[in-house]
Ligand binder design. Structure first.
Ligand code: GCV
Length: 723
């Protein structure tokens, strides 16, 4: 009788779990690690029969973490109650451990695999030993095993077959880091999801659960480093008081394979060291940094190194002392080299008093230094030559410094793409850049090949993403933007992954495996970035956001003394046309690309229309490829962007039955905001540019309901993320 009751109970709870899921509140905190019960019973049973028991090998903290993840994941997806853990015997089971902990009976199965992977790689393979099926997850290190465990759980989350697995994977990039632009007062520069998750005041003694969950989420997608502090740096982070706090975080992150890095303020020797100079060639400065590094490494032996923004936007740097970027970077590189640390030296520079095109400055300044940086310096280059715009051509530095390891920097937080209210899947932006062909070593010299080191045989490689994480319960201010953190991690692991596959994984892991949900959501995610380009900056327009906070449109901005901070500098609209002439007749920015690329961009007929106004000043009545005049074509693009968002709202609204109510409603409200703001962008930009084109809006473009003066009068003194 008792037994019957229990079974009944199980059936009822299973039913509730599967069918009643949608009514549960889900605040999104669990990100893509939802581990929902697998609805398809046959599939669930087949998984269960493959994994009757888990066998952890090794007793490190990392293996404990992997075991815990498997328990949480498998119990969530396969239902509670059946799973046993047996450290002694090996039966019909899932075995995981690093090479040296594997029993002799099975190690031979992996000889070839171990040769193929690097220190962070993993192998997942089904083998049969003495008639028992075993699924083995192994690697050379425990962290590799942890990555393998996450990969395995992802297979289940996405409902893949696991009967005959033979997966051999390694990350293609070495340094896979988030860059937090977090300040010590817990504000976040360009952060739109609450405050900084680093609670400096309560550290080191108070370990917020968030730190652990953050590390776990990052490990699940292969991120292996975090720069805790803003590149607009505060030297205080390097004082003993703060290093103790950093150490506490490093201790939490270590077993997840995550190293901490800090931003180094170049003037720190003066600000906290009492020196009279920060000249990188000064003996006192050199020894100060060496001492600082030694003290940090004494506390944090696996400290990653420093990220530096120097001589850029008011940050101090070697040029303050008549020295150059190489002097500055190499001095710091020497300080961390004995401990295995690296320096990530940013190339995001543009001079205060330069009359040259801002898009050209980083290349002009850095390319002559090719080959002069120390081996442990990575030059960190933004994806495009201006500043994280909705669309930019790839940065001309990629491929142009074959003797220097370059890492790419993407912005995951949406400074220029609608903050956290616009649901933009940035993976397609990342992918577009990675796939761009630099032609530096002939056709096929893609940016991905530059940054994974394969084009010029580099060992030190990396990808940085400016984090979109904050204290909001759902981490990113908008559940959909979790996908951007996710896709960054996946592309840092493998820059050749396709956005469609990443979206597919993320949707299934985060929401549902139901085709009727996955297909439409994937479709709108993949369109979402193009939609944003269209309603903000179509046809190569760029940097026409509002001043300072960059929230909303501001093509009229002309108030800054520094020309290159004004929108009018970038679009150059006049009665003849619009766009920045960067061709050979203009700034000749095209000349910074390989000849094949330069030729393509330089000729208005071969320049892809996505970059038309980036490279050319184009007459209003110029004929686009679709036969429309530039003015009409631009107006129609703005309308298309708005229409796509309208369709996204409609699609989402039709999917209520597939998602829990909390995430459904939050997304719905955010999409409504995005729709409203897409119209705001369209109307204000078209009204503004119309003053120059003096042409009517074409048929099919909705008439603005407000005046240009109204849009220009809008102010947002407390827009988030601005300092
Ligand atoms: C951290 C842009 C942003 C700044 C940012 C800078 C950078 O200019 O507006 O907030 O500063 O890029 O990447 O250093």
């Amino acid at each position: 009788m008792k037994k019957l009751d229990f079974r009944k109970y199980c059936v009822v709870s299973l039913f509730l779990l599967v069918s009643g899921l949608n009514t549960y509140a889900n605040d999104g905190y669990k990100l893509w690690l939802q581990y929902r019960l697998i609805g398809d019973e046959a599939l669930r049973q087949s998984y269960q029969s493959n994994i009757q028991e888990v066998v952890p090998l090794g007793d490190s903290k990392t293996i404990e973490i992997a075991l815990h993840e498997l328990q949480v994941g498998l119990k969530g997806m396969l239902g509670p109650g059946y799973l046993s853990v047996d450290r002694e015997s090996i039966k019909n089971s899932l075995v995981f451990g690093r090479k040296e902990n594997l029993p002799q009976t099975i190690i031979g199965f992996f000889d070839k695999g171990y040769h193929q992977i690097n220190e962070e790689g993993f192998i997942i393979r089904s083998i049969t030993v003495k008639g028992k099926k075993q699924l083995v997850i192994t690697g050379k290190t425990d962290v590799g095993v942890l990555y393998g465990v996450h990969h395995f759980l992802r297979l289940l989350q996405t409902n893949q077959a696991i009967g005959e697995l033979n997966i051999v994977e390694s990350p293609k990039l070495k340094v896979r880091v988030l860059n937090h632009w977090d300040n010590l007062d817990r504000t976040v520069e360009r952060g739109y999801s609450g405050g900084s998750i680093w609670d400096w005041h309560r550290l080191p003694d108070y370990i917020d659960q968030r730190y652990i969950d953050y590390a776990r989420a990052n490990a699940s997608i292969g991120i292996n480093g975090t720069v805790l502090t803003n590149v607009n740096a505060n030297a205080l982070i390097l004082t003993p008081q703060y290093i103790e706090k950093v150490k506490a975080l490093a201790d939490v992150f270590r077993p997840y394979g995550i190293r901490v890095y800090l931003t180094a303020r170049f003037s720190a020797p003066m600000e906290i060291g009492g020196l009279k100079t920060a000249d990188p060639l000064d003996a006192g400065v050199i020894s100060w940094w060496k001492g600082k590094a030694a003290r940090i490494y004494a506390e944090i032996p696996d400290f990653g190194g420093f990220l530096v923004k120097a001589n850029s936007e008011g940050q101090p740097g070697p040029q303050n002392y008549g020295r150059n970027h190489v002097d500055g970077a190499n001095m710091l590189a020497d300080a961390v080299a004995p401990f295995g640390g690296i320096i990530m030296w940013r190339a995001f520079v543009y001079a205060e008093n330069s009359s040259d095109d801002r898009a050209k400055e980083a290349y002009s300044e850095f390319v002559p230094y090719d080959g002069q940086f120390k081996d442990n310096v990575l030059v960190q280059v933004k994806n495009g030559p201006i500043d994280f715009q909705p669309r930019e051509p790839f940065h001309p530095m990629f491929g142009a410094m074959p003797k220097t390891p370059l890492m790419i920097e993407f912005q995951i937080t949406q400074e220029y793409l609608g903050c956290s209210t616009h649901s933009v899947f940035l993976s397609t932006l990342f992918e577009e850049v990675l796939e761009s062909d630099t032609y530096r070593k002939g056709k096929g010299s893609t940016v991905a090949k530059v940054i994974d080191g394969s084009l010029s045989n580099k060992k030190l490689t990396g990808m940085a993403g400016v984090s979109n994480i904050g204290t909001d319960r759902n981490w990113t201010g908008n559940v959909f933007l979790q996908a951007n953190w996710y896709s960054f991690g996946r592309l840092a692991w493998n820059p050749y992954m396709k956005s469609a596959d990443i979206a597919d994984e993320w949707i299934r892991a985060t929401f549902s495996n139901d085709k009727a949900f996955v297909q439409p959501v994937k479709a709108f995610m993949l369109q979402s970035r193009e939609a944003t380009v269209n309603y903000m900056t179509p046809l190569g327009l760029h940097h026409i956001m509002a001043a300072g906070h960059h929230y909303g449109p501001g093509p009229w901005v002309d108030i800054f003394e520094r020309a290159e901070w004004n929108s009018v500098y970038f679009h150059k609209a006049d009665t003849l046309g619009v766009g920045f002439d960067r061709s050979t007749t203009g700034s000749n920015a095209v000349g910074q690309y390989a000849p094949e690329v330069a030729r393509m961009f330089n000729d208005i007929n071969t320049c892809p229309e996505e970059y038309l106004l980036w490279f050319h000043h184009v007459p209003w009545n110029y004929r686009l490829k679709n036969g429309q005049s530039l003015w009409n074509g631009m107006a129609l693009k703005y309308q298309e962007g708005v229409d796509t968002v309208a369709a996204m709202v409609k699609t989402w609204s039709s999917l209520e039955g597939y998602v829990d109510s909390q995430r459904f409603n939050e997304m719905k409200m955010l999409l409504d905001i995005q729709y409203k703001e897409a119209k705001w962008w369209r109307d204000s930009c078209l009204l503004y540019f119309q003053r120059f084109s003096k042409m009517e809006l074409p048929e099919g473009v909705e008439k603005p309901t407000r005046t240009l003066e109204y849009f220009q009068s809008l102010e947002f003194p407390f827009a988030p993320g601005h300092h």
